[in-house]
Design a protein around this ligand. Structure first.
Ligand SMILES: NC(=O)c1ccc[n+]([C@@H]2O[C@H](COP(=O)([O-])OP(=O)(O)OC[C@H]3O[C@@H](n4cnc5c(N)ncnc54)[C@H](O)[C@@H]3O)[C@@H](O)[C@H]2O)c1
Length: 329
């Protein structure tokens, strides 16, 4: 073995439903050499580690163990799914402040360890927390990214595939903007079986009113998380797989195009906000934000989404203890 060989270590912070499902999907993917789990609840982390490790005979070789903060130092990828649960009667902004504090503390630990990893934020509200994590770290923007609308785009592709009667792998489609209510379907970029969606609609003749069908599909994408939460309290399977899709180009330097949440620096005429836009993702994290020519309606939807997020960022205040910023890497 060469002295230069370094394991592809992935640290997952937060070993709850999303973190553990991602760990399970990642273990089966064969993308990582080491998967280490860190959670404020040590018993939970240990339970998840043992349960996963007992499956090692059934997936490609990978080390699975509990993490320490020191594991940040030589990790290739750190995925943060840690989050607080909403207390009874707690306002969304108060919950956001508590989650922002959790993210700040984790980012401080990562910076202190002089980590060179790419960091992916998953905890909600993901776009806001990605922005505050980026600000806190002082790192270049591409190294701290959010899961953005990767999951929403997968939901969009699934619903389009069902509607058009075409395999999901023959559907390319992106949701953009906030991972939340102000997101929108980028119809101008939607492609079915190698054709722009308009062309496919003329060929297929399945729906009487394609405009109404499109509105319904886009609405259903936006509401899908609410339906799942009504049924079972939270979502974890599809997001776990979406995170594996984000991990792949980072661990394999694949240059995949994904609508991760990236801090914008003038792209689409926007600054001071992080949201889901198509990006080229490699071992560097976001290597390039693709500035696609959107339709006027889509451009204004993106600006509206950025406005919604900026308004929340401006309301955010952090306690003095969380404002002593460590030296950025
Ligand atoms: N971005 C997306 O597409 C997406 C999709 C689904 C869920 N989520 C979000 O992912 C987050 C996790 O969801 P979940 O269902 O796994 O929740 P969960 O409650 O099951 O797990 C969260 C875990 O974080 C841990 N934690 C809290 N503070 C911590 C800290 N400071 N350090 C380490 N661990 C800490 C808790 O102990 C808990 O085990 C939530 O914010 C959820 O809204 C995001």
């Amino acid at each position: 073995m060469s002295d230069k060989w370094k394991p592809r270590k992935v640290v997952i912070v937060g070993a709850g439903a999303v973190g553990s499902t991602f760990a399970y999907a990642l273990a089966q993917s064969g993308l990582a050499d080491e998967i280490v789990l860190l959670d404020a609840n040590h018993e939970l982390a240990m339970g998840q580690v043992l349960d996963l490790a007992h499956g090692q005979a059934f997936f490609p070789s990978v080390q699975i163990r509990e993490a320490q903060a020191a594991d940040y130092a030589d990790a290739r990828l750190i995925v943060i799914t840690a989050g607080a649960k909403q207390r009874s009667g707690e306002a969304r902004l108060e919950l956001l402040q508590r989650n922002a504090k959790i993210i700040y503390d984790i980012i401080d630990d990562i910076v202190r360890q002089e980590s060179t990893a790419v960091v992916v934020i998953v905890s909600n509200p993901v776009d806001i927390l990605t922005y505050v994590a980026h600000e806190r770290s002082g790192w270049r923007r591409g190294r701290i990214i959010g899961s953005g609308t990767v999951l929403d785009s997968a939901r969009f592709r699934h619903l389009l595939s069902q509607h058009c009667g075409v395999d999901v792998h023959n559907v390319h489609a992106y949701m953009m903007g906030e991972h939340g209510d102000s997101e929108f379907a980028a119809w101008s970029m939607t492609n079915v079986a190698g054709m722009p969606v308009e062309q496919f609609c003329h060929l297929c003749l399945k729906c009487d009113d394609w405009r109404a069908a499109r509105r319904k599909i886009a609405d259903d994408v936006k509401h899908s998380a609410y339906h799942i939460i009504e049924y079972k309290g939270a979502t974890w399977f599809a997001v776990g797989l979406a995170l594996t899709q984000i991990a792949a180009p980072i661990l394999r330097n694949q240059h995949g195009v994904l609508t991760v949440s990236s801090v914008l620096e003038g792209e689409y005429g926007l600054n001071g906000v992080s949201l889901g836009v198509p990006c080229i993702v490699s071992r560097e994290g976001v290597e390039q934000v693709l500035q696609v020519k959107l339709s006027p309606d889509e451009q204004s939807a993106l600006e509206k989404s950025a406005g919604v997020l900026r308004e929340i960022i401006e309301k955010l205040t952090l306690s003095p203890s969380s404002q002593s910023k460590p030296k950025g890497a």
